[in-house]
Design a protein around this ligand. Structure first.
Ligand SMILES: [Zn+2]
Length: 641
């Protein structure tokens, strides 16, 4: 009888550039993924649904359904009939219109662990366990958050204390130290008081005051900082030399919703011998509560090294607050926490299905992929540093996955997948510019430098979210100008013509590679008015790292293909399967191999070519039927005596 999987693990990595990831794994630098490649099947032609973006595609991976079916048609959600500029971030599981694999599996009594998996906030997983799901990181809050705010944090995003005027840094100015109770220091010691304004807290919280004491502990230049919330022994958070991280610091912070317990760490990045150059970095303050279901888990999960982080500090690297090594270390704190939390749940709870999402490659590529290009004008030294950071970040992810895989046995079916790939940022493209030039979109008069507001009374079509254009339709849209019927069709045709004929003024290239009416976008898995009247895609030489590009797009070092590795009972060993695999295929393949009920709206198919014996189930059924017939004949036989 064919081997049967008893448990299923889905290991999600957000936005890896798959050929680079697989090359590192094959070189032996990523042992956990390397083992999966050696023991399983790799499909280099795995494609994500369009748009190549996060919430819809992680949802496809768990439903086996296309965006039009599960209802998440872009990073943000849009309710037809709402003003065309009213959208919200899609992280509430109740918006998903298709059954999830864990819901189907629960019908067979199976129990599921969800760790940091996007769009699982309020997930219907009553006999299971969930950590996070309301954003891309445990304390990253995006549920219903206005698109312009991007994300909020439970409690506070990363921040910098510095003597230099870095963008958005908290400025530090030292003076002679005095009145520290019980904290020994030399007469040369200097101090500073800094009022830190919390960055993007999900619940408003007042500024907090930190005290810094720098001293020359070794009798030469300044080399040590004491960071404290009060100028006494009890108030000391940490004592650090340059390059050192503090241990875990636990404290309670006041917020408008009452006091919140939190944990954080900090790193001293710079302290010059004369104390004129000082930089202290805090990669966020993460809440100890508010992210688990059931909530008791929050007391059970411990991590000696890791942190339940807020948004990782990729913009801190862009603003030159931190070096690439610190960027990787801060991400590693989160990946360690995810590993510890997952390991705890996998070894202490009676689970059948496990899903995790690790986000860090996505942020890394948004920050550095253009600088990784051999054609980048940045220095060779910086490029080497960034290439090393990319490898180190993948190694951090791989260590996290390796720790999780300790809980997998020979009866565990494992998928390593991604929601999309990534590529370096390309040339400028803005859909509203195309529509404005075609006379389809108009702005209200405004002052120079102001953010322009669309004048809906003079607008016939407008771009929305990543890949959608809506006709401003009378009777449907609150400020509609275009009558339904012939005029609507005329506007759609003018829009498609304008998109396809648009020339990049500098290169003469045509950025738009595809523009379809909604009914034709069924070939991309889009059907109803949650998708635009027109859907378009852009050449990978244009626009940002992913989203607006087709899932086959390649540009420079980048590649939008998704990751698909599968290993476990019934799966071929060490093979590359060249056929096209879609992310819709993960669920049906898991159901087929692990005898799970298929989610109600699943549209994918089994990846038969990845299986040791594609006919194993038929053979099993035939064998069982033969046995039943034998038993039937035996029972129906007249008595022998
Ligand atoms: Zn993503």
């Amino acid at each position: 009888m064919a081997a049967k999987a008893e448990k299923v693990m889905v290991l999600g990595i957000d936005a890896p550039i798959v050929p680079r990831l697989v090359a590192l794994a094959r070189e032996g630098k990523l042992p956990a993924l390397g083992r999966l490649l050696a023991e399983g099947v790799y499909a280099p032609n795995c494609l994500a649904p369009f748009p190549t973006i996060t919430p819809p595609n992680w949802t496809t991976i768990t439903t086996g359904a296309w965006p039009g079916t599960h209802g998440l048609t872009d990073f943000d959600g849009f309710e037809p009939g709402d003003p065309l500029d009213k959208t919200h971030q899609n992280f509430d599981s109740r918006e998903v219109k298709a059954e999830r694999l864990w819901e189907a599996a629960a019908r067979a009594g199976k129990r599921t662990i969800l760790v940091n998996y996007p769009v699982t906030w309020n997930a219907n997983n009553p006999d299971g366990w969930r950590l996070g799901g309301n954003g891309l990181h445990i304390n990253d809050i995006r549920l219903g958050v206005d698109r312009r705010l991007f994300n909020l944090n439970n409690l506070c995003q990363h921040f910098l204390l510095s003597t230099e005027p870095y963008p958005f840094a908290n400025e530090v100015s030292f003076k002679r130290a005095s009145d520290w109770e019980g904290v020994e220091h030399s007469p040369r010691a200097l101090e500073a008081e800094v009022s830190v304004r919390p960055v993007k807290p999900a619940t408003p919280m007042p500024p907090f005051t930190w005290h810094l004491l720098v001293d020359a502990a070794e009798g030469k230049g300044y080399d040590t900082v004491v960071v404290a919330k009060a100028k006494n022994k009890q108030g000391v958070y940490a004592r650090l030399k340059v390059g050192e991280w503090s241990g875990h610091i636990y404290d309670t912070f006041p917020t408008e919703a009452g006091p919140k317990e939190a944990v954080f760490r900090m790193k001293l990045l710079e302290l010059s011998p004369d104390a004129s150059q000082f930089r202290l970095f805090v990669p966020g303050i993460g809440a100890l509560h508010g992210w688990a279901e059931p909530a008791e888990l929050e007391e059970e999960i411990k991590s000696a090294e890791g942190l339940p982080l807020v948004r990782p500090p990729f913009d801190a690297w862009v603003m030159e607050w931190i070096d690439a090594q610190t960027l990787v270390e801060a991400n590693d704190l989160h990946n360690r926490w995810l590993a510890d939390a997952s390991h705890y749940l996998l070894t202490n709870k009676p689970w059948d299905l496990f899903f995790i999402h690790v986000h860090s490659p996505d942020g890394l590529y948004h920050a550095i992929s253009a600088d990784l290009e051999p054609t980048s004008t940045r220095s060779r030294e910086l490029q080497a540093e960034l290439t090393a950071a990319e490898t180190a970040l993948y190694q951090s992810v791989d260590r996290c996955l390796g720790r999780i895989l300790e809980a997998a046995d020979e009866k565990t079916l494992v998928f390593a997948v991604s929601d999309h790939g990534a590529k370096p940022k390309g040339r400028h493209f803005q859909v509203q510019e195309v529509l404005e030039a075609a006379g389809l979109l108009a702005y209200k008069p405004g002052e120079p430098g102001e953010r322009r507001q669309i004048d809906w009374s003079r607008t016939q079509a407008a771009g929305q979210r990543t890949v959608h254009v809506y006709v401003n339709l009378k009777g449907r849209d609150p400020e509609g100008t275009v009558p339904p019927g012939e005029e609507y069709e005329r506007v759609r045709e003018r829009t498609i013509k304008a998109l396809l004929e648009w020339n990049d003024p500098e290169t003469g290239l045509k950025p738009v590679v595809l523009a379809l009416k909604r009914e034709d976008a069924r070939v991309l898995g889009h059907y109803d008015e949650r998708s635009g009247d027109i859907i378009y895609a852009v050449d990978p030489r244009f626009y940002e790292e992913h989203g607006i590009h087709l899932p086959t797009a390649k540009f420079g070092i980048g590649d939008l293909h998704s990751l698909f590795i599968m290993a476990g009972p019934g799966v071929k060993k060490g093979e590359v399967v060249e056929r096209t695999v879609w992310l819709t295929d993960v669920v049906p393949t898991a159901c087929y191999l692990a005898d799970l009920p298929v989610p109600a709206q699943c549209e994918g198919s089994v990846v038969y070519q990845a299986l040791e014996d594609p006919d194993a189930r038929v053979k099993e059924l035939q064998s069982l039927r033969r046995n039943v017939e034998r038993l039937k004949r035996m029972v129906e036989r007249p008595p022998m005596c």
